[in-house]
Design a protein around this ligand. Structure first.
Ligand code: PLP
Length: 380
């Protein structure tokens, strides 16, 4: 049997990883500023994470949600402590799409409404409602198409307000990434997030903060949306939550009333995934990784802003994007194949940096000097 060929693949086989470094099957070392697509939060194969998973594996890996699973409560407690959302409640699932799917469903149950407001260039996942709320028709199958979703311009308060004045009473939820990832690192303005909060309060709609990519400390605070000084009703999360062990979840404000069977999953919240997620939060606290994300991120942004050949440097913490002019469009490939540095990309010519939150200053400095060398190599 062959693999169903849905991924454009780089001809590299990674066989070993540690911290912000990975090695291929020929022993060649790479710096990882992509974090396997913003997933590696505390660093590859962190010893505490490995130990926690190993210890749990030797006890019990999985049992269904029909029994008590105290490690889920331990995780909820820790997440409340690290995120500051102590009065929220946690529902665990397995991925970002699933987290958003559940968030949207919960908003609809709660409001008894159907309309969802999403934004241009949004990416919320590939399951049916999450993909319908994703602004990319090429990944929406005919069966996923629905009139219940409307896409409005990002950061445009006037258009959003006008829409609510007309249809606000039908809107179940607004879903927004605090920093759009796949869309090319576009930061939601504080004023826009404030307007979302105000309109949701005014019309009884639910504010869903998709924190799958921008959350979990990546932006230099736990949830990037919170820089606006207001709280969302639901935060969805995944990627960094397990440092590569698949786990996702939503946390919901006290306004939601749980009812048995309204949400559910077989694998979500299994013992092993919870052990991985607990290890992540423990390391984040112990090694002050959220603070590190801010410090190293600020340094990178400052340095990138000084490179004249690139433009539009944007982001927060260790979620950074910049535009590369057309004549440098092979820069990302060169960084990978010539200079052995993994970075991310977005269409058309955006380079995305999504490294582990434990990226150190040395690596950040090396990246900047290598980037300058790579750019200079293009010049006549
Ligand atoms: C903001 C955002 N939401 C949701 C998802 C979907 O997550 P997953 O691939 O884990 O389903 C992604 C994935 O890139 C994402 O960036």
């Amino acid at each position: 049997m062959k693999l169903f060929d849905v991924y454009p693949i780089n001809d590299i086989t990674i066989t070993k990883a540690l911290g912000s470094r990975v090695w291929d099957n020929n022993g060649i070392e790479y710096m990882d500023l992509y974090g396997g697509h913003a997933v590696i939060s505390i660093g590859h194969t962190h010893p505490h994470w490995v130990k926690r998973i190993e210890e749990q594996l030797n006890k019990i890996a999985f049992y269904s949600n029909s029994i008590k699973i105290p490690i889920q409560e331990e995780l909820a407690e820790k997440l409340g402590e690290v995120s500051g959302k102590k009065d929220f409640e946690l529902f665990l699932c397995n991925s970002g799409a699933e987290a958003n799917e559940n968030a949207l469903k919960l908003a609809s149950f709660h409001t008894n409404r159907k309309k969802i407001v999403a934004f241009k260039k949004a990416f919320h996942g590939r399951t049916s409602l999450a993909v319908a709320a994703t602004d990319n028709p090429s990944i929406v199958a005919p069966v996923n198409e629905t009139d219940n979703i409307v896409f409005l311009p990002f950061n445009d308060i006037e258009t959003l307000t006008n829409y609510f004045n007309e249809k606000g009473n039908e809107v179940a939820a607004i879903i927004i990434e605090g920093i759009q990832g796949v869309g090319g690192i576009n930061v939601a303005s504080n004023d826009f997030l404030l307007a979302i909060r105000t309109l949701c309060d005014q019309y009884g709609s639910i504010y869903i903060a998709d924190s799958v990519q921008c959350g979990y400390g990546r932006s230099g605070i736990f949830f990037s949306h919170d820089c606006a000084g207001v709280e969302a009703d639901i935060y969805s999360m995944a990627k960094g939550m397990g440092n590569g062990f698949p786990i996702g979840g939503i946390i919901v404000s006290p306004k939601f009333k749980a009812k048995h069977s309204m949400l559910g999953t077989t694998f979500g919240g299994n013992h092993l995934a919870c052990a991985a997620a607990l290890a992540v939060l423990e390391v984040m606290q112990k090694e002050s990784l959220i603070e590190n994300s801010k410090t190293v991120g600020d340094y990178l942004m400052n340095e990138l802003n000084l490179i004249p050949q690139i433009s539009g440097v944007r982001g927060r913490g260790l979620m950074i994007g910049f535009d590369v002019p057309d004549e440098y469009k092979n820069l990302k490939k060169d960084l990978l194949f010539k200079y052995k540095i993994f970075t991310g990309e977005a269409k058309p010519n955006v380079i995305r940096l999504l490294p582990s939150l434990a990226l150190n200053m040395n690596d950040a400095t090396t990246f900047i000097s290598t980037l300058k060398i790579a750019i200079t190599a293009y010049q006549p």
